[in-house]
Design a protein around this ligand. Structure first.
Ligand code: G3P
Length: 220
């Protein structure tokens, strides 16, 4: 399973990268606005800054909502850096743009996916990644992890020459989301830094560590 960090914050990306377990980065317009990025020039520079930290897939989302705009932005983002994955929404224009970009050999990530039908369409359109939002489904009393399980089941029914899309579980809110996605066999999870770090922590590790430190003092 690959680990992506879900943030546009360069310091957080550096911390996750320094842990040696980071495979890629996902961003979205909300995450970019959180850190005060404004204007196209600044956005493009920011993607380059991210790509200079992590040598892996970096999802950059189109801001247009119409087919032509998405395709033109997608091509521009793809030309920016070899690690960029063009992120597009699960809308009719988005699907059309994914098919167009995919035909051109441009890698895409279909975002805002909340149903198996949407995941099937994303795969049919040739998306490299599909991003089902686990936490946001949980937020509305649905079951995000069941969706991951169902998408996996559907994709496994076909060989890679028919459907070749990776499941990128997004909107990951806690370590149990990650562990259960791993049990299901999601290809990738993308999570905030604190959730990735939470995988390392365990109270018994802390207790054991404190005892080792105290006992070390007795013989050094
Ligand atoms: O990658 C999508 C993700 O950023 C959504 O997460 O926590 O806003 O639902 P969240």
């Amino acid at each position: 399973m690959e680990f992506f960090i879900d943030t546009a914050d360069l310091e957080q990306i550096k911390i996750a990268h320094s842990m040696g377990i980071l495979d890629g980065v996902t961003t979205n317009p909300s995450l970019m606005s959180t850190i005060g990025i404004k204007g196209k020039k600044q956005i493009m520079k920011h993607y380059l800054d991210i790509c200079s930290i992590v040598d892996g897939p970096v999802s950059a989302e189109v801001l247009s909502t119409d087919y032509k705009g998405m395709v033109s932005e997608g091509e521009e983002l793809n030309d920016l850096h070899r690690n960029i994955i063009v992120k597009l929404p699960m809308t009719q224009d988005g699907v059309k743009a994914i098919r167009h970009l995919s035909n051109m050999g441009i890698r895409t990530n279909c975002t805002l996916v909340f149903s198996v039908g949407q995941a099937l369409v994303a795969a049919k359109a040739g998306a490299t990644y599909v991003s089902p939002f686990v936490g946001r489904l949980d937020d509305v009393s649905s079951d995000g992890l069941s969706l991951i399980k169902e998408i996996k089941q559907v994709y496994l029914n076909y060989d890679k020459c028919q459907l070749d899309t990776k499941i990128l579980a997004a909107s990951i809110r806690n370590q149990m989301h990650i562990i259960n996605c791993a049990k299901i066999g999601a290809d990738v999870i993308t999570a905030p830094l604190n959730v990735l770090q939470s995988l390392i922590n365990h109270p018994l590790t802390d207790i054991g560590m404190n005892k080792f430190i105290e006992d070390t003092k007795k013989f050094i």
